[in-house]
Every structure is written in structure tokens, then in C-alpha cells.
Design a protein around this ligand. Structure first.
Ligand code: G3P
Ligand code: MG
Length: 241
């Protein structure tokens, strides 16, 4: 079972920052999950919320700031300044770093609340520019974004993200859309759904797995991956099994 660091090593470091990604890499985890959106001037940036408020202490929407404006916010603020100033990374900065790492990256396209025109095209362009095509897979709660990814890059690996209620026929659903993976929230997942995915050769990567009981259960069910805020703990547990 693979271990992916959710927004980097976000259990300990400011989420979706280069610091959180570098610290995740040091845990020996298999990969990193991150979230992308577009600035007002069309730059792909790594941030979870549509607004900067919760993580930076600033005020306003990502889509209303240019890159030059956005990069002044302190994404380290979410940890109370403990880690100093941590800029919001651009996806390009992340890709340049990831090209030298033995890690896979799950890029989550944040296109459900606001639909960002060209987020898919621009993201794929950066992945290609840094030669990361085989080390990246995409996910989104907006499954039309994944359909679009498949149109632009048919070979891209995609995972359908679902909230905790999930989908009863997840294996069939992903198969029909040509998605290779199912990414459900951990609370509503059942062994039967995992089995259904396996019958359709669909991988199951579950979020956000932050407790040992859930980790063990998902392992027993044969899930393919967990997305966790604590990659160090999960990775060492999985390695011992
Ligand atoms: O991709 C898994 C997980 O990140 C989905 O939820 O809200 O943390 O982006 P969220
Ligand atoms: Mg995410």
C-alpha cells in the first residue's frame, strides 16, 4: 500500500508549501498530494482553499490576485509563524523540485467551487515541461476536469475524487469514464466497494487517513494507497507489514 503525503507533510508543517513537500520527501513516503488553482493572471499555484484567508491570514480569493500579489502572502501563517515566511508555491517551482525526487505526485485540480478555464491545459503543460508525465496522476472532485485531462493527455492517470459518501458502483463508474483510480473519503468506504473496484482493475486511494485503525482496515481490504497528513507514521507502519 502506497503512502501519499496530503498537502505535503501537513500534519507538522504548513500545508502546500515547499517546506511541507521537502519534509514529506524525507519521510520516504511514496508520493505527495497537492492542490492547484489559477491566479488572476493565469499562473498555476499550489493552494487548497479558493480564498487565502485560512492558510495565510490574508483576505481574498486566489482568482482575484495576480501571481506577484499572491506570492507576498505567508502560507506559513497557518502554523502561527513557527516556520517563518513560506510563500505559496507555483506549480512550476514544485515541478522543478519534483523532477529531482523519487516521488510521484497526485495533482488535485481544484475546479469544483470555481471553474478555472485552462487549469487542466496549463497544469499538463508544466508536467510535460519537467518530464513528470510518468510520475504524476490527477484527481478532482469535478470529474469533467478529469475528462478534459484525458482529452488533452489520453495517457494521463486519473482518479475520481468523492466525498465521504462515495459511490456504490465506483469500479464500474471509473471504468466507464476511463479513470484508473477511485479516491474516496475514508468514512463511507466499504470492503464491498473496494472489491468492486478490484473487479474493474480500478485502484483505490483513500483520503484523509490519520488514524491507525482506519489505516489497518484499509490495508486489510487491499486498498492501493492512503493520503495522510502523517506520512512518517503511515509509511513506517506499512513498511513493517
Ligand atoms: O485528494 C485528497 C484530498 O486532498 C481531497 O480533499 O479537501 O483535502 O483537497 P481536500
Ligand atoms: Mg486535496
Amino acid at each position: 500500500m502506497k503512502v501519499y503525503a496530503h498537502r505535503g507533510y501537513s500534519g507538522k508543517y504548513p500545508e502546500n508549501t515547499m517546506l511541507a513537500f521537502q519534509k514529506a520527501a524525507l519521510t520516504g513516503c511514496d508520493g505527495i498530494e497537492l492542490d492547484v488553482q489559477l491566479t488572476k493572471d493565469g499562473k498555476v499555484v499550489v493552494i487548497h482553499d479558493e480564498a487565502v484567508d485560512r492558510t495565510t491570514g490574508g483576505n481574498g480569493y486566489v482568482r482575484d490576485f495576480t501571481w506577484d500579489e499572491l506570492v507576498r502572502f505567508n502560507a506559513g501563517a497557518i502554523c502561527g509563524g513557527k516556520y517563518g515566511f513560506q510563500p505559496i508555491p507555483s506549480l512550476e517551482e514544485y515541478c522543478a523540485w519534483a523532477a529531482g525526487q523519487d516521488l510521484v505526485t497526485n495533482i488535485e485540480l481544484k475546479s469544483s467551487v470555481y471553474y478555472y478555464e485552462e487549469l487542466e491545459e496549463k497544469t499538463i503543460e508544466l508536467v510535460k515541461k519537467y518530464g513528470l508525465e510518468k510520475k504524476v496522476f490527477y484527481s478532482s472532485f469535478n470529474h469533467m476536469s478529469l475528462v478534459k485531462v484525458k482529452e488533452i493527455a489520453p495517457e494521463a492517470v486519473c482518479g475520481a475524487l468523492l466525498l465521504h459518501e462515495g459511490l456504490g458502483n465506483a469500479g464500474y463508474y471509473c471504468d466507464r469514464f476511463g479513470f484508473q483510480a477511485y479516491h474516496p473519503g475514508c468514512k463511507g468506504l466499504t470492503e464491498e466497494i473496494v472489491r468492486g473496484c478490484k473487479e474493474h482493475s480500478i485502484q483505490v486511494n483513500v483520503w484523509t487517513v490519520n488514524d491507525m485503525g482506519t489505516l489497518e482496515q484499509l490495508y486489510e481490504w487491499g486498498c492501493d494507497g492512503v493520503i495522510t497528513n502523517y506520512p512518517e507514521v503511515c509509511k513506517s507502519w506499512v513498511d513493517k507489514r
